[in-house]
Ligand binder design. Sequence first.
Ligand code: FAD
Ligand code: UDP
Length: 363
Amino acid sequence: MAEYDFVVVGAGMFGAVFAREATDRGRKVLVIEKRPHIGGNCYTERREGIDVHVYGPHIFHTSDERAWEYVRRFAQFNHFVNRPKVRYRDKLYSFPINLMTLHQLWGVRTPAEAEKKLREAAVACDNPENLEQWILSQVGPEIYEIFVKGYTKKQWGREPRELPASIIQRLPIRLTFDDNYYRDRYQGIPAGGYTRLFERMLEGIEVRLNTDYFADSEKWNAAAAMLVYTGRADEYFGYRFGELEYRGLRFESRTFEGDYQGNAVVNYAEGRIPYTRVVEHKHFDFRGQPGTVVTWEYPDDYDRTKVAYYPVNDERNNALYERYKREAAGDEGLILAGRLGTYRYLDMDEAVTAAMATIQDLM
Ligand code: FAD
Ligand code: UDP
């Protein structure tokens, strides 16, 4: 008999929800996490009384009632709505593209005027095959140049025509003054930070930090009736079919007095500026702290020693991932899960619903 019903590798959103749900169904669970903290990429840290989003800005947004209800069991959520601004040369623009952005660019004032201008600007394309073709077919070259070309190139280290359109189809383009970054019904930030939410979610569950599965995989395999692995799929299989590509990030933070930029997120769209966004963490919350913590986010090349932030879901990588997935399907004692284990850009709510669905399938 194995010591645990489940050994969960990774204390991120998927691992934590899975561990909570399995425990509440009477199963014995151990969570191991190689980082010195829980929360995965959602982790926040208190600095100057401010909850700093250490691995990039995290806004919880969902249209799924169950996911929204679920996370609110562990924290109160504030009414934060993401309304980033874009800085290009010496100008600031409303973003995502909405009627205010089009007014700032072209002076149009109504949805009908905006629609006409966009129709004139768009580059007709019956079957857009990549990010560049798709966005040009929606908004034309001027908007592409200002908002997308430079940002996307530095974010991904590739030409926009070498990237799938799905990357940018996440963003709305609106002919109203609605500048909410997301299309979802619910949105907010957990009061007290994400780390507190994870602490509550993992209450009463055995968690071992600073514990890399690969340092003692035989031991963990023997201890587990089933292994729920939320790390990199290629690493799990010793890279036997080749390496999956990821994009990395690097963060630089500074502390100031007062208010630095008046908004939580400002994107820097110019290609010549090496960072993509500047995040002022206190604006995720509404507690009016006197100091401020500001983070510059730089895209970075990835290698095995770094955090794998973004999967690069092009055809080659998706096909390679399918081989690892087939390999995992042949092992009844293994579940590959989460953003890294499924090689998908999962939002937090999708990680929650995926963990809930996995538990339901098992029990
Ligand atoms: P992770 O958070 O990556 O957790 C996996 C955990 O497994 C990590 O803690 C890792 O250390 C651990 N691990 C890996 N390998 C091992 C090993 N060998 N041994 C032990 N432990 C291991 N989502 C939103 O909904 N809204 C946002 O605004 C948003 N912003 C984001 C911004 C950035 C920059 C990034 C990168 C992601 C963002 N996300 C956002 C996505 C969000 O981070 C994910 O949905 C969520 O983290 C997925 O949880 P996970 O458990 O699958 O993965
Ligand atoms: N994007 C852009 N300009 C911006 C913001 C985003 O061109 O000012 C593009 C870019 O290619 C990015 C994609 O839209 O990778 C998705 O943006 P999102 O904000 O969802 O990225 P994330 O928060 O995941 O980094």
